[in-house]
Design a protein around this ligand. Structure first.
Ligand code: CLF
Ligand code: SF4
Length: 299
């Protein structure tokens, strides 16, 4: 832990963070770990491929063993560091959207007080990012991932069916327009505040596969520094679409790379992942006793 304490130095500089954060494209993906705290139960949008669930068998985003209460987060991080001292990042990535409920922010505040030197990382659909960017920064969050699946409403409305904003439900194109504007504003604000912004896109053959270059260009202009393209897991309303082939995925990554650095080591973590991505999975050891819930989502 002694050597790691030096590494756990807070810093908003991308190159420094890339050395210690397993998802920022540096060598750190094989060396350092992250713990995800599944404190966010619900979502404020509906992606057509998203089937939120709660179980301990599936390895995909959107799934967690159960929901953790913010007041249990510090003790959970302590246990996780005991199990895996290589953990440098505390992430909140769902299973619902992390900003749809106040629990992620509350959790980051508590964890930041107890562990100011761990990197705090948030993953969100971006609908409420602009609204909470300053609060997140003040709670120690320095890396943010926003899932942007399209930057044109015609395309996004094929991927997302609705958005709930301030008690109002928006559907179809209207929802897509709102979501795209909110995401780009959130990325602008978060990066302006000094947070490193990574964008995730789910690659959906026949829908956004020829749109990746424009997404990369647009989010880069808004302030994103890194891009991660994730293959569709065909399910829910998009279960009829086949997952992209390796060629399609590589093609999309190459196109994106003309605009923005591309992260290629993503392991499609669960919302309650713990350990070194792709190498050491301790989530069952850490969360095995969490009560299972019926349904929820991923952010
Ligand atoms: Fe977690 Fe995501 Fe932060 Fe990483 S995961 S919130 S940025 S600490 Fe990483 Fe997992 Fe891929 Fe995410 S390998 S799914 S990119
Ligand atoms: Fe989309 Fe994530 Fe919400 Fe599911 S939980 S609907 S993937 S933003």
């Amino acid at each position: 832990m002694g050597a790691l304490e030096n590494i756990h130095k807070e810093n908003t500089d991308f190159s420094h963070l890339a050395k210690i954060h397993p998802c920022l494209g540096g060598e750190a993906h094989a060396t350092f770990g992250r713990i995800h705290l599944p404190v966010s139960p619900t979502c404020n949008i509906q992606c057509k491929f998203c089937k939120r669930d709660c179980n301990s068998d599936e390895e995909r985003p959107g799934v967690a063993n159960g929901i953790l209460a913010p007041e249990d987060a510090v003790e959970t991080v302590r246990k996780a560091l005991e199990l895996c001292p290589q953990i440098t990042v505390v992430g909140i990535a769902g299973p619902g959207d992390t900003l749809a409920t106040p629990y992620a922010l509350e959790t980051f505040r508590l964890v930041n007080e107890a562990y100011p030197n761990l990197v705090k990382c948030l993953s969100t659909n971006g609908l409420l990012l602009a609204r909470y960017a300053q609060d997140l920064y003040d709670a120690g969050v320095r890396t943010v991932t926003v899932t942007v699946n399209a930057v044109e409403s015609d395309i996004l409305s094929q991927i997302n069916s609705s958005v709930v904003l301030d008690g109002q439900v928006y559907c179809g194109k209207e929802a897509a327009v709102k979501l795209i504007a909110a995401q780009l504003e959130g990325i602008r604000l978060a990066s302006k505040l000094g947070m490193v912004v990574k964008v995730n896109s789910v690659l959906i053959p026949g829908i956004n596969e020829d749109h990746i270059g424009l997404i990369a260009k647009t989010v880069k202009e808004a302030g994103a520094s890194l891009y991660n393209i994730i293959p569709l897991i065909p399910q829910h309303k998009l279960s009829h679409i086949p997952a992209p082939t390796c060629e399609q995925l590589n093609q999309a990554r190459e196109t994106a790379e003309t605009q923005l650095e591309v992260f290629r080591h993503c392991k499609h973590c669960r919302a309650d992942a713990c350990g070194i991505p792709g190498q050491l999975d301790l989530s069952y050891k850490l969360y095995g006793t969490l009560k299972r819930l019926e349904t929820f989502s991923h952010g």
